[in-house]
Design a protein around this ligand. Structure first.
Ligand code: EPU
Length: 336
């Protein structure tokens, strides 16, 4: 196991802010987890870090970071209909989407180009363009840091919901995900339900679109709206889309008939980007922080010295949405 002191997190988080951590452990296998547990004092705070694309440090972190760098890809089972592939949780998410598409395995292509690691995918049940990873999770394996035991979660016990799971709630920073097994279709099954995806292929025969063409379309759509963390520090959507009960939603819709929303089985999901844009934040830039000009849900780093600046902007945005719409936005990004 490799451990270092006072490490800058600039290259380990997609916001790219030069905040430091006191102790940094590079975890390449289960043995490294056990060794790090022995060396971290029991009462010291610890964070498990994957691709760092959903996290904001507002100050230097005085505890320990366990950086997940467990790699590997392995088919564990297959039949006529499905293939079950186990990935090391430290693998880059989009690399594995590319790998699955190249193998003609169907399911996760609409989740192309989401920044972050494989381990982070079930933690926050990543979702985009009409799908969520929960539909393709078979098992999540890892070590419970509170007792050092290896545990396996099947899909049901992950308690998935919109951008949430047991790993983000009850087991946050307690369960170290080492491997994720994904179940994919071997036969063609593509999802064009999301409006923007459907629009992209307008006038095309959808039955003729290939898996690779769909992946490329998703990449194009994402790139046209969302900034790459490589060129502009950000963590994707900073807030969740609020879920409103029917009554609340219809009251709001009366006032704003043009509101952007989507009906789910129990609620109405309304667009946080729309709410933020209506409050006048889209394209805002002041000092070192801003709101991306093409998407109001994305807060961007224009060179902050501390993540506190981004956090303060998010507080202002929350307040103005509350004042105008009486809706409390919930952050999607983890704040430390
Ligand atoms: N919209 C605005 N203003 C904007 C952007 C969007 O009014 O600046 C409205 C438009 O009406 C648009 C609607 O919001 O049609 C939906 O926008 P978009 O398709 O970009 O989706 P989103 O709801 O803003 C969610 C996810 C994204 C994911 C996209 C695509 C959340 C919090 N975000 O965003 O996920 O890529 O759908 O499926 O659910 C992420 O979680 O980090 C993330 C980027």
């Amino acid at each position: 196991m490799i451990s270092k002191k006072n490490v800058s997190l600039k290259n380990y988080t997609s916001f790219g802010i030069n905040q430091k951590v006191k102790n940094f452990y590079l975890i390449k296998n289960i043995d490294d987890i056990n060794k790090s547990l022995k060396s971290i004092p029991e009462n010291q705070k610890r964070i498990i870090l994957g691709g760092g694309s959903n996290i904001l440090f507002t100050k230097d972190f005085q505890g320990s970071i366990l950086y997940n760098n467990i790699l590997g890809k392995k088919i564990i089972k297959e039949n006529e209909k499905f293939v079950y592939v186990e990935f090391g949780a430290g693998e880059n998410w989009d690399n594995i989407v590319d790998y699955c598409v190249n193998n003609e395995w169907y399911g996760i292509e609409n989740l192309s180009l989401i920044p972050g690691s494989v381990g982070a995918a079930p933690i926050q049940n990543i979702g985009a363009y009409g799908t969520e990873i929960k539909h393709f999770i078979h098992e999540v394996k890892g070590v419970n840091l509170s007792n050092g035991r290896f545990e396996i979660f099947n899909k049901k016990s992950c308690n998935f919901s919109y951008r949430n799971s047991i790993f983000k709630s009850k087991l946050r920073n307690i369960f170290f995900i080492t491997h994720v097994t994904i179940k994919l279709y071997r036969n063609k099954k593509l999802n064009f339900e999301y409006k923007e995806v459907n629009d992209f292929f307008k006038n095309k025969d959808l039955t003729k679109i290939t898996l690779k063409e769909l992946r490329n379309a998703i990449i194009k759509i994402r790139k046209s709206k969302l900034p790459s963390p490589k060129t502009l520090g950000n963590a994707g959507s900073f807030f969740k889309n609020p879920l409103l009960k029917s009554k609340e939603f219809h009251l709001l819709q009366k006032l704003y008939p043009e509101i952007s929303s989507y009906k789910t089985s129990e609620n109405h999901k309304i667009s946080a980007a729309w709410l933020i844009e209506k409050c006048g934040w889209k394209g805002y830039k002041k000092n070192n922080v801003g709101v991306y000009k093409k998407h109001a849900l994305v807060l961007v780093n224009h060179g902050c010295k501390s993540g506190k600046e981004i956090f303060k902007l998010s507080e202002k945005i929350k307040k103005s949405v509350k004042d105008k719409f009486n809706i409390t936005l919930e952050r999607e990004v983890n704040i430390y």
